[in-house]
Design a protein around this ligand. Structure first.
Ligand code: G16
Length: 539
């Protein structure tokens, strides 16, 4: 037996899988209770090494995080060379090796993948990895190191980073010395790149009032505190950091954070914000952000991912028009079924932009956005970014402005390209993007809210015995199985004014998610309750 095989065999024996557990690479990698993950993370080390070798030694990223999930969960996902999510085919290979039952089989699946993909195992493999602030993170990182070492991969441990920072590192390393060079692959490089772009994009504008940022008691807290050191002074943008207690990992995402705010449609109970105060919440690994405020009558208003998408698309559209590029650069918006019906209507009818709908998971949105010149993609939960195609970038690079106004618009547009994390949705840079747009428009959250009226909506998690019984079609807008459930949903929707509802299995939690919207809050709540009971009854 070759020595690598022997090493994998011996190391694998130290990381046995949980008995009778079915592992699945889901919406954002493997996610579950942290104590079930040792074998999976070890084997992801093997997969990362193989993937790197398949791509002739390009650097692959591995992130250990369970993002919005509760503190006792954890997860692992792989990042492809340009900082994008792992190719779908390799998700299947990861699932396959994760479900392999004994150590000999782990070795044979490893070698079989190498044979199948003509991978030269002598090519040096390069992997970088990081983790969020969960208590289980360092143990799982050592499982990963065992996998990487057994497979003979070289690696860099970036320790604690936000998920988008790890994606950034991967992109920087792989583009070093090329025409697409993205930045310096260090934390300092990250803060320098995005803070400089922010200063350029702001020009001489300043924001009005402080921004309060709830960091979900996760990794976003310390990283935002660091980023602030690179940003201009308080007169330009004042940021108050709250819920940044990473010393009590059990407080992660508890009654705070983007998922809490979006799902419960209220501010964290700890919030001390007054009427009109601009607030936002990050999630546990800082790849999602949602904004909110309460008005003079103390009513809470959410400005979610749909709002960020519409704000960004309309601002970038205006800049393109001012540059005389409106006809040449096509902007489009990518959403999921969770997008509020009013946002879709606003994009199509008011902004006159094309809208595409994909399945949940930024990997799906990102691929759809890649087909556009400027692809604005956001999930309603606040996960997203804007990507510029090579074609659009070339146009921006070549354009010779014909007036001072055109020059100003072009400079802002170029600064935005640098400010927006092109590799993946990034709560910190998305937040800076929103701040730039609001400052440039001299808007507060109320003006932003007034662009259109959301349809009242409700998002519910339904606990089920087996979420795999639920399968979907039409970008997850309809259930294929159980067939009776979809029939019931259709009937319930018909009875409600402006009704729309769907149910889909989560890829990150053991639940079915139900979304409902309708003409009034009461009808949306009723519809969500009705559909939830249909799901419970049909399993
Ligand atoms: C992850 C994915 C998101 C997805 C969310 C919920 O977010 O990256 O694209 O919207 O899970 O997915 P599901 O409804 O399938 O559970 P995060 O922030 O948890 O990584």
């Amino acid at each position: 037996m070759a020595s690598t095989d022997q090493q994998i065999l011996e190391a694998s024996a130290k990381h046995p899988p949980a008995p009778n557990h079915k592992y699945q690479y889901g919406t954002a990698g493997f996610r579950m209770k942290a104590d079930l993950l040792d074998s999976v993370v070890f084997r992801c080390g093997l997969i990362a090494a193989l993937r790197s070798r398949q791509l002739q030694g390009k650097t692959i990223g591995v992130m250990i995080t369970a993002s919005h999930n509760p503190p006792e969960d954890n997860g692992v996902k792989l990042v492809d060379p340009l900082g994008s999510m792992l190719e779908a085919e390799w998700e299947e290979l990861s699932t396959r090796i994760a479900n392999t039952n004994n150590d000999d089989e782990v070795v044979s699946v490893y070698n079989e993948i190498a044979r199948l993909y003509h991978i030269d195992l002598a090519v040096p493999a390069q992997v970088v990895f990081a983790r969020d602030t969960r208590a289980s993170g360092s143990r799982l990182a050592s499982c990963l190191v065992d996998g990487l070492t057994a497979a003979g991969a070289e690696f860099i441990d970036y320790n604690i980073l936000t998920t988008p920072q790890l994606h950034y590192m991967v992109r920087c390393i792989n583009t070093q010395g090329t025409s697409q060079e993205y930045g310096e692959a260090t934390e300092e490089g990250y803060y320098t790149k995005f803070s400089n772009a922010f200063k350029r994009a702001m020009g001489n504008k300043t924001s009005t009032g402080a921004l309060t940022v709830d960091c979900a008691n996760g990794v976003g807290g310390p990283k935002l505190t660091e980023l602030i050191k690179y940003l201009p002074s308080n007169e330009v943008l004042q940021i108050k950091v709250v819920n940044d207690n990473v010393h009590q990992p059990e407080s992660l995402n508890v009654d705070c954070g983007a998922d809490y705010v979006k799902t419960s449609q209220k501010a964290p109970p700890s919030s001390k914000a007054g009427p009109g105060d601009r607030c936002c919440s990050l999630d546990g690994d800082a790849d999602r952000v949602v904004y909110y405020f309460k008005d003079e009558s103390n009513t809470f208003h959410l400005l979610d991912g749909d709002r960020i998408a519409t704000l960004a698309a309309s601002f970038i559209g205006d800049l393109c028009r001012q540059c005389g590029l409106a006809e040449e650069v096509k902007i489009g918006v990518v959403q999921t079924a969770y997008a509020n019906g009013s946002s879709t209507k606003y994009i199509e009818q008011d902004l006159k932009l094309e809208v595409k709908c994909t399945a949940t998971g930024v990997k799906h949105l990102h691929h759809a956005a890649e087909r556009l010149d400027v692809g604005v993609y956001f999930e309603a939960n606040g996960h997203g970014t804007v990507i510029f195609s090579d074609r659009a970038l070339k146009k921006l690079a070549k354009l010779e402005p014909k007036s001072p106004a055109q020059l100003a618009a072009l400079e802002t547009l170029r600064a935005l390209v640098d400010l927006i994390n092109q590799s993946v949705g990034d709560a910190l840079t998305d937040m800076l993007l929103v701040e730039v747009i609001l400052a440039r428009k001299s808007w507060g959250p109320l003006e932003w809210l007034q662009t259109y009226n959301d349809l009242p909506n409700r998002l519910v998690k339904v606990k089920v015995h087996n979420r795999n019984l639920f399968t979907t079609e039409d970008a997850e807008r309809r259930l294929v199985t159980p067939a009776a459930a979809q029939k019931g949903i259709d009937e319930a929707v018909k009875k409600v004014r402006n009704g729309r509802s769907f149910a889909r299995p989560s890829g990150t939690e053991d639940v079915v998610r139900v979304y409902a919207e309708a003409a009034t809050k009461a009808e949306a709540d009723d519809l969500a309750a009705k559909v939830s009971s249909i799901i419970t009854a049909n399993q």
